[in-house]
Write a protein that binds this ligand. Structure first.
Ligand code: PGA
Length: 258
């Protein structure tokens, strides 16, 4: 399997972190304007406007998105954030199905599938997150979990549903998220290859769909992961909070493109 001419991505997921002061510090230390990889960032919804403004000052190619959207278009949904307002602000993508949404907020396949459709209706790129729990891996169920999450979450969609670059998959083994225990490049490559094969079986554009790895990625372990043929980038939590670490990750991803 070759990576063809897919791009490399560094996508930061700030989760429920950062303050106005730490966001300023992040941008003061960030130096990615010359990097050739894709640099994307998902701050808290409350920080979206601020981060969009700051990102445009860095580069017109620094894309900002959300960590989650509401499955409904608009209306009486107190506390939710709509895909259309994200688009209206200038956001370009949203995460859907992050493991914290699946496991803490109990979002199920049906809801996630509605969110994917809502994002596409608003011309947003979907970063659809999948990944197994530790007990599922130990029970040898990694592939069946991934396959079910893809089949159910992307139900009713075909290659035509996704305009070019509208679908990205993030494989994030739950046991590696925020734990410091990163998957080995081989474990991640196996899961990514299986994911690509499953996308093909679902009739999606498997070869051109970027598949990112997430789970304790940092500058010291990124190169081994991002060098694998089916790993097209990283979805990064903790190590995306500091401008210098984000920059280091973008440099590694860009170097691998050369
Ligand atoms: P982490 O989080 O890099 O802190 O493990 C990754 C994620 O949840 O997307």
């Amino acid at each position: 399997m070759t990576s063809g001419n897919r791009k490399k991505y560094i996508v930061g997921n700030w989760k429920m972190n950062q303050t106005l002061a730490s966001i300023n510090d992040f941008f003061n230390k960030l130096d990615v304007a010359q990097e050739t990889c894709e640099t994307w960032l998902a701050p808290q919804a409350m920080h979206l406007s601020l981060v969009l403004d700051k990102a445009w000052n860095v580069s017109s190619k620094f894309f900002i998105g959300a960590q989650n959207i509401c499955a409904n278009a608009n209306g009486a949904f107190t506390g939710e954030n709509s895909a259309s307002s994200l688009k209206d602000l200038g956001g370009s993508f949203t995460l859907i199905g992050h493991s914290e949404r699946r496991h803490i907020f109990k979002e199920n396949h049906t809801l996630l599938n509605e969110k994917v459709k809502q994002a596409l209706e608003n011309d947003l790129t979907v970063i659809f997150c999948i990944g197994e729990l530790l007990e599922e891996r130990k029970a040898g169920k990694t592939n069946s979990v991934i396959s079910e999450q893809l089949k159910e979450g992307l139900k009713g969609l075909s290659a035509d549903s996704f305009a070019q670059d509208r679908l990205i998959i993030a494989y994030e083994p739950v046991w590696a998220i925020g734990t410091g225990e990163v998957a080995t490049p081989e474990q991640a490559q196996d899961a990514h290859e299986f994911t690509r094969q499953t996308l093909k079986e679902l009739g999606l554009n498997a070869e051109s769909t970027p598949i990112l790895y997430g789970g304790s990625v940092k500058p010291s372990n990124a190169e081994g992961l991002l060098s694998k043929p089916d790993i097209d980038g990283a979805l990064v939590g903790g190590a995306s909070l500091k401008g210098e670490d984000f920059t280091a990750l973008a440099q590694i991803a860009s170097k691998l493109l050369k």
